[in-house]
Design a protein around this ligand. Structure first.
Ligand SMILES: Nc1nc2c(ncn2[C@@H]2O[C@H](COP(=O)(O)OP(=O)(O)OP(=O)(O)O)[C@@H](O)[C@H]2O)c(=O)[nH]1
Ligand SMILES: [Mg+2]
Length: 432
């Protein structure tokens, strides 16, 4: 069947693009423009309905089979973007024999089925269309381009090399097996296993790109946590009051640091309390702490024990901060920095340090990240198969190598599994 759909956003716009793909695509040109046009040339045509009435003038482009996005003949009608024109042209296409409306992602699915793009690229394309930040876009582009696919292809090639080595010697008797064969195979499989493990580790970075960095402010009541979130957000997010126990819920505020979305989180002051609501707040604090990328432990200068009752588990990206430096010091701790939110002391320096922490998290994360469960599962299976290579029995070794190859190749090509294809391409909108 030849498929068609509006590829631009539905609604009023300057230009709307209606895309047609399939063996009969050229018929659409003939029927609607009454012309034949040259491939890849933007041609202005009158558009006719089936009563021979002109309903618009549009730029029409024809792409020949192998040179189109889908790998089939494609026509793009660039009409004026009015609702009536869009519905008119879709109606006119619907009455042509052999034409039907496209399903979501069907153009991309056809591009995949005709070998124009592989599955990793299809997934990257979906992310590219969804990307909202600079980092998301560049990650998506690495998946849509060759960078990630090439990684999988090179593993596949190396595994194939192992298979070829084995096959060349499988009929030899034990004594005749080339000396280096087994050690070569082990070397290659060890290298691939290591590279797979490294790529698997990058998955946690992809969550940062998707959901951003979470910065959680924790401390005893009244240490100035809410004052801090307000300062960093440059707006009033939280109520500030001298009454300890003011904040009971989790409060969030979004901000951008170097193109990365950052969520600042203010929490309920930590103390022993019998108040039901405060207890509930503490539970929420414990939960958000688990997903924090940066923790700011905030204590008060005029407190003898600024962190009593707080699990001061400080990792590399966390900060121990003492607030209220304008008040008399009562503790003998050495924080990373002392600030005063009230007198605005050392706040710029504090922000700079925080910015460095954020940048540090991001900069250690260059290159492409693994960001799909589907790919992850295949990678784990491949690694497990390679893990099983041991002993000297070439037949058994080759079984495991074949399994590993199958898993790696399924990442870019999983043609026979309609369910998987449905999940991948169903994510696209109609017209893509
Ligand atoms: N002197 C002084 N007071 C401050 C400073 N920062 C905040 N405060 C005051 O400390 C009190 C508590 O501030 P909050 O920001 O509400 O403290 P919190 O940590 O959110 O408190 P809870 O929500 O109760 O846990 C308020 O009266 C603030 O005005 C500071 O640098 N110096
Ligand atoms: Mg508060």
């Amino acid at each position: 069947m030849t498929i068609y759909a509006l590829s631009t956003v539905p609604g009023k716009s300057g230009v709307a693009v209606v895309r047609v793909s399939g063996q009969l695509a050229q018929t659409a040109i003939k029927v609607i423009t009454k012309k034949t046009i040259k491939p890849r040339e933007a041609t202005v045509c009158k558009l006719y309905d089936n009563n021979n009435q002109v309903f618009d003038e549009a730029v029409v482009i024809f792409y020949e089979g192998t040179k189109s996005f889908t790998g089939e003949p494609v026509v793009e009608f660039q009409t004026h973007g009015s609702l009536s024109i869009i519905s008119k042209i879709l109606d006119e296409l619907s009455i042509i024999d052999g034409f039907r409306h496209a399903e979501p992602g069907e153009f991309t699915k056809r591009a995949y089925l005709s070998g124009k793009i592989n599955l990793v690229q299809a997934e990257g394309l979906a992310d590219l269309i969804d990307s909202e930040t600079e980092k998301q876009r560049s990650q998506a582009l690495m998946h849509y381009g060759d960078i990630v696919s090439d990684k999988y292809f090179s593993w596949s090639d190396e595994i194939k090399l192992c298979l070829a080595l084995i096959e060349a010697s499988i009929d030899f008797s034990d004594e005749d097996i080339p000396k280096n064969l087994l050690s070569d195979i082990r070397k290659i499989s060890k290298k691939i296993k290591k590279e797979i493990s490294e790529f698997l580790k990058t998955e946690k970075n992809s969550n940062i790109i998707k959901e951003g960095i979470k910065i959680v402010i924790i401390g005893k009541p009244n240490s100035g946590k809410s004052s801090l979130i307000n300062y960093l957000s440059k707006k009033k997010v939280a109520i500030v009051s001298r009454k300890p126990g003011t904040t009971r819920d989790i409060l969030r505020s979004e901000k951008f640091f170097s193109g990365i979305p950052v969520t600042l989180i203010d929490t309920a002051g930590i103390r022993r309390s019998n108040d039901e609501i405060e207890k509930e707040g503490l539970k929420l604090t414990e939960t958000v702490l688990k997903s924090a990328h940066i923790k700011i432990f905030l204590g008060a200068n005029n407190d003898k024990t600024p962190y009593r009752g707080i699990d001061l588990n400080v990792s590399k990206n966390d900060m121990v901060v003492i607030n209220k430096s304008d008040l008399k010091k009562k503790h003998n701790l050495r924080p990373n920095i002392s600030i005063s939110l009230k007198k605005e002391k050392k706040l710029k320096l504090f922000e700079k340090k925080l910015d460095e922490k954020v940048k540090n998290i991001i900069s250690t994360n260059t290159g492409a990240f693994l960001n799909k469960k589907r790919q992850k599962n295949h990678l784990i299976n491949a690694r497990n198969s390679l893990e099983k290579i041991s002993g000297k029995d070439l037949e058994i070794i080759s079984i495991h190598i074949r399994e590993a190859l199958k898993s790696i190749d399924s990442i870019t090509k999983e043609t026979d599994n309609e369910e998987v294809l449905g999940i991948i391409f169903g994510k696209f909108c109609i017209g893509k």
